[in-house]
Design a protein around this ligand. Structure first.
Ligand SMILES: [Mg+2]
Length: 424
């Protein structure tokens, strides 16, 4: 029984999540917009077939979309993150080991059964995901990660494969590798691809067969690993335990430029509250906190500024973080300057498992325990009843500066009041 690697990913993931929870969108051309309803970041296959391109700014294309009766949704990350978690737990139950590679992609390790057939396993997994989540997935099986990416690409591209392709059982892999442009080989960046094209290396097969001495001299061992993987060796292992994060950022663009200190404080507070939640989810604390702001980069008087503070005691307590950020917000603020974006950056993250205490800080164990319990309770309430059910007064009630999301779908899987109703 040989070990193989599979790459499993959701097709048009954001669009598929939207279609899965709103039957009126099923088989309809649909696009999903980036933050602030900026550009197109996902398309259903029906929208792709109409020639709508990724990355097109919405303001440039909205007339055309209307004419073609394309449905439009603002990005609903709460929904996609929840659907992703559900997808990954199905994959975990059906594979020996998985590496979650992105919100909709995972590498998996499998052993090939004695009869050599993994297609029936793949068909069953596709059916299970479709039944549980209503989204289509593609499964590419190969000898290693780099080839699994190619197999997955082929599974999607050729309709007769029905979303499944086992490259490792192919007698002649040359023709498949020949069909993959150099830019589409996993791990090959823009610069390396350009260099390859100059060497007349245009496909995955040509990259596999090019002299490795030249490649090593120019791009080092990372490029050689990719070449070896295309030859069939396994050089890039699965990372089943991702390393802990070293920093976390929360930033957003505003719906309209803001010029008032109070509004900026509300925005920064909102990001700090979200940042605190993230830290607690990651079981981490932060030692350093930065607030940054910027005006439009297209404006003639571009302004951006940041201010940082170091905390005596690393923490994930939102109240402490808010207290530390308020003076920083005042430092970066300038009257009459129209800010379009702001954010917070938390660096020097540490695990909550081992907490290094600061000798000169006035550390009160009882107070710390109380704050931990309070944060856990706030998180629990917000998880149960939806985000911001309980929040801090400094976040304000005004929402006029908040991100534009005019076409947001319901949080059908994470909010009690948004659960779809079935009329029987
Ligand atoms: Mg995908």
């Amino acid at each position: 029984m040989s070990q193989v690697t599979a790459l499993i990913d959701g097709n048009n993931f954001y669009a598929s999540c939207e279609q899965s929870l709103d039957p009126s969108l099923s088989r309809q051309p649909l696009v999903v917009l980036s933050n602030n309803d900026g550009c197109i970041i996902a398309r259903s296959s029906e929208a792709r077939a109409l020639g709508i391109l990724m990355g097109t700014p919405y303001f440039k294309i909205h007339h055309k979309l209307e004419k073609l009766q394309v449905q439009v949704r603002s990005s609903n990350y709460a929904l996609y993150a929840d659907m992703s978690q559900r997808l990954m737990s199905i994959l975990e139950a059906n594979c020996e080991e998985i590496e979650i590679y992105s919100i909709d992609e995972a590498f998996a390790l499998l052993h090939r059964p004695a009869n050599g057939d993994l297609l029936s396993w793949a068909r069953q997994l596709r059916a299970q995901v479709h039944q549980s989540l209503g989204i289509p997935i593609a499964i590419g099986i190969a000898m290693n990660k780099c080839q699994a990416k190619i197999a997955n690409h082929t599974a999607k591209k050729i309709a007769s494969h029905s979303g499944i392709f086992d490259l490792a059982t192919e007698q002649n892999t040359d023709s498949w590798l020949e069909s993959i442009d150099i830019e589409n080989v996993w791990g090959i960046g823009r610069k390396l691809a350009q260099w390859c094209r100059l060497q007349n290396v245009n496909t995955a097969r040509q990259f596999r067969d090019m002299p490795s001495g030249k490649l090593r001299a120019k791009y080092g061992v990372k490029a050689i690993r990719l070449q070896r993987e295309l030859l069939g060796d396994t050089c890039i292992p699965l990372r089943t335990n991702p390393p802990p994060k070293k920093e976390t950022c929360v930033s957003r663009s505003f719906k309209r430029p803001i010029t008032q200190l109070k509004e900026l404080q509300e925005a920064i507070s909102t990001y700090v509250v979200r940042g605190g939640e993230k830290l607690r989810q990651q079981n981490q604390t932060t030692r350093s906190l930065t607030v940054f702001v910027q005006t439009s980069s297209f404006s003639s008087s571009f302004y951006s500024k940041s201010a940082t503070t170091q905390l005596n005691q690393p923490t994930n307590d939102t109240t402490t973080l808010l207290k530390a950020t308020m003076p920083l917000t005042e430092q970066v603020f300038r009257p009459f300057v129209p800010f379009i974006k702001a954010g917070i950056l938390m660096q020097g993250l540490q695990t909550t498992k081992y907490q290094q205490q600061y000798l000169l800080a006035n550390y009160k164990t009882q107070e710390h325990k109380g704050s931990e319990q309070l944060m856990a309770t706030v998180d629990k309430i917000n998880n149960l009843y939806g985000s911001n059910t309980v929040t801090w007064a400094s976040c304000g009630k005004g929402t006029t500066w908040k991100m534009r999301r005019n076409r947001l779908s319901r949080a059908s899987t994470t909010k009690l009041q948004d659960i779809p109703i079935a009329h029987a």
